[in-house]
Design a protein around this ligand. Sequence first.
Ligand code: MN
Ligand code: MN
Length: 471
Amino acid sequence: MIDATGPELLVLGGTVVTAAGSRRADVAVRGGRIEAIERDLSRLSGAAAKVVDASGLLVLPGCIDVHTHTRVASDAEPDRFYQDSLAAAFGGTTTFLAFNNPGTGSSEAAHRSILTGIEEFRRMTASDSAIDYALSPTILGGMDDPLAELPAMVDAGIPTAKAFMVFDFRLADRSIFEAMRILGERGGMLEVHCEDPVLIDAAVEAALQRGDTSPRHHAATRSAEAEAVATHRAMAFARGADAPVHLVHLSCAAALRHVAEARATGVRATAETCPHYLALTDARYEEPDPLECAKSVISPPLRAAGDRDALWSGLAGGDLSLVATDHVPDRVAVEKGEAARGVPFNRISNGAPGIETMLAVVYGLGVATGRITLERMVDLLATTPSRRFGLGRKGAIEIGRDADLVLFDPAARRTIRQDDLHHTSDFTPYEGLEVVGAVRSTWVRGRAVVRDGRAVGDRGEGQFVERGVVA
Ligand code: MN
Ligand code: MN
């Protein structure tokens, strides 16, 4: 029998990490929340329903991945959403945000109305997720009247939405500006995909006319300058609208300079980068096999080594505020197979998987190498995403917050291999990458989802999180 007076979970002897510091401490969980953090809570061992020995391990707040394109279940693939949510838990993520853009299983009706899309997403995912999750709708250019729906969206606990400056579903510039203002007035925030459509569309057309249709030409048509000029405009829009803005998947030094300058002069901008920009470079596009090359068809594309180094400096110095994955569970055997059939690069599905490997890459290539501190990593992967995306109950090991916890072995060494992953993609961009550190166990609101490397949770235990205002 569980002693009703004891905690449901007691984590003893670990090193508890917060954005402010690390210390040896025990953690008690009751009612799904962190009840106590003290040097010695061993007196509660007898009454606790579950005691975990964390000696030699780090106790981290679960990562919050604010950028995924997880697919909802379909008749043909009923486990797609569940399996990727479970994969996230294996990687140390306890909450993720999904976009419902075309390609994720959203309906035509959802592509015309934000509120229809919200209702549909919640219905289709209600009993599927292994971990907690939320929605950040995409505002598409073809929608009937998306700006009019934004106040009701915020009221429904969804304070953020994403707009694209590029692609055929991009939002008109004036609507991007107005969306920033409307959301900002209500405690919400627009997320923007910054790439300039004039420069990119012209470059794509020219490449296709030259007959440069193979996947490796994708990167050459999406320059750092095209990202930088769009980023500069987004900063000007945010200043003009007097509204907060979040830049998704920032990939290059040129764009980062505009963010740094805007932040220094009062613009309420934050920017994220992604593990692939921190680990990989555009050398991947020299790969002669088109199918292999198609794995790196992502937007923005992989950049030069100098950009990668600038992003690490931005994370360490504060110009970049968080890391998120831009997870797209594409498969070589399915979506990316277009490349092998000679489909031009501009019509190959964009994206690569990452929902399970974020902590591995950021710890292994960042903390273990001294590029960022452990505490900064926790800030980038959990605490700032929580604050910035209205997830105030999550993102830190603090009394009263949700007990979203990860036991992490900082001494483990592993090689990332597709064969060992759980996501619904059939490849990982990090195949063969040797990293230090490994996730041992993951809890969401005190419930074990992964224990000692094995799935132990139940499908549907993850809850949709209605979020509060951004900060
Ligand atoms: Mn994007
Ligand atoms: Mn994306």
